[in-house]
Design a protein around this ligand. Structure first.
Ligand code: NAD
Ligand code: GLY
Length: 358
């Protein structure tokens, strides 16, 4: 097992990564917890609920399971209320600990529930998708969606621990593996050109979930993300770089309706658009743009942007949390392995979207 540390002002905590590390889950439960709530969804509950309940029994705390409906469309007020209803009905107090078992939807929602319940209780992340293992379970961004914008209602709330067992990925559909790889290659694009090269070289093995390769990809992604979050927890600066491709990606998700494209697919396609914009705005060379497009395609994500029309794209992107005074800010790459934030004129973005058939 390998441990990466996050050292953010809002919390210092370990990310445990390794085959079989789920078996030690009870060790990550604080000793003074009065009760536990396993927050998951119906799909993951059917796959891993029983095993995780057995493992948590070792912590010796009363446990309730809250199994939410599956899907991005349920990252909503209704699901959040379902968690609060269950906690209140069973008298969970401020020393309760939530355990988020699932992908990014469950992790973001359970984390937000933990941030709000009785003004804040502790939670542990047990991510079960590749995307959640390399990105969403780390860093304390928690949220639900609003019909007008992705992740618009939320809070920063760091977990007590993140327990990442790559073995659970064996049941993950191939499309979800591709979506998770989008966030893996993003880390190379924004922060580590050598890691981008490594992803290019090992893309077939990564898609096949080769044990050694996928563990290495998770570990490097967590190292990069932990370093960024430790430096800039509240996204005053460098943390925005983690949103490379997300301004376009969130517009795809909201514009097509949550759940039509997977989050990682939208980010993958968004990174291709952001690479094209980087070439126009800050000099990313054509070879790098081509490599980014080729790698997004090679991991199995779409590279052709949906035809929403430039006006609608811009309307959706103006809701982005990086927008200031109605001006949209984009994370762009001057070269592979480095990122910058730029305010870009709508006309420049519209020209790119037009050229891309979007
Ligand atoms: P998801 O949570 O919807 O999970 C994808 C699907 O896989 C679901 O159907 C789920 O039930 C299923 N699943 C989960 N684990 C499984 C397993 N081991 N075997 C089989 N099926 C399994 O989607 P996701 O891609 O994990 O997360 C996307 C969400 O994460 C988005 O809402 C996005 O906004 C959020 N996100 C948050 C952050 C952050 O920093 N907080 C970062 C990136 C993404
Ligand atoms: N996924 C973007 C962030 O955590 O900041």
């Amino acid at each position: 097992m390998h441990t990466v540390l996050v050292e953010a002002p809002g919390g210092h905590y370990p990310i445990h990564i390794g085959s079989g590390c789920l078996d030690a889950l009870a060790d990550s439960i604080p000793a003074d917890a009065t009760s536990l709530a396993l927050v998951t969804n119906v799909t993951v509950d059917a796959l891993y609920g029983e095993r995780v309940r057995d493992l948590l029994a070792a912590a010796g705390k009363p446990l309730v399971t809250i199994a939410l409906p599956d899907g991005e469309a349920h990252k909503s007020w209704d699901s959040l209320n379902q968690v609060f209803d269950a906690l209140l009905a069973r008298g969970h107090d401020r020393k309760t600990v939530l355990v988020a078992l699932g992908g990014g939807v469950v992790g973001d929602l359970a984390g937000f529930a933990a941030a709000c319940y009785q003004r804040g209780v502790r939670f542990v992340q047990v991510p079960t998708t590749l995307l959640a293992q390399v990105d969403s379970s780390v860093g304390g961004k928690t949220a639900i969606n609003h019909p007008r914008g992705k992740n618009m209602i939320g809070a920063f709330h760091q977990p007590q621990a993140v327990v990442i067992d790559p073995d659970v990925l064996q049941t993950l559909p191939a499309r979800e593996v591709s979506a998770g790889l989008a966030e893996v290659i993003k880390h190379g694009m924004i922060a580590d050109a050598a890691f981008f090269d490594w992803c290019e070289a090992h893309v077939t093995g990564l898609r096949a979930l080769d044990a050694a390769l996928i563990s290495q990809a998770i570990r490097r992604s967590c190292e990069i993300k932990a370093a960024v979050v430790s430096q800039d927890e509240r996204e005053a600066g460098v943390r925005a770089h983690l949103n490379f491709g997300h301004t376009f990606g969130h517009a795809i998700e909201a514009g097509l309706g949550y759940g039509q494209w997977l989050h990682g697919e939208a980010v993958g396609c968004g990174m291709v658009l952001a690479a094209g914009l980087s070439a126009r705005v800050c000099g990313l060379d054509a070879a790098a743009v081509a490599r980014i497009q080729a790698l997004v395609q090679a991991i199995g994500c779409p590279t052709r942007a949906p035809a929403l029309g430039a006006g609608r794209w811009l309307e959706l992107m103006r809701v982005d949390k990086k927008s200031r005074g109605g001006k949209i800010h984009y994370v762009l790459l001057p070269r592979l392995g480095a990122a910058q934030v730029h305010e870009v004129e709508d006309a420049v973005v519209a020209a790119l979207l037009l050229q891309s058939g979007a």
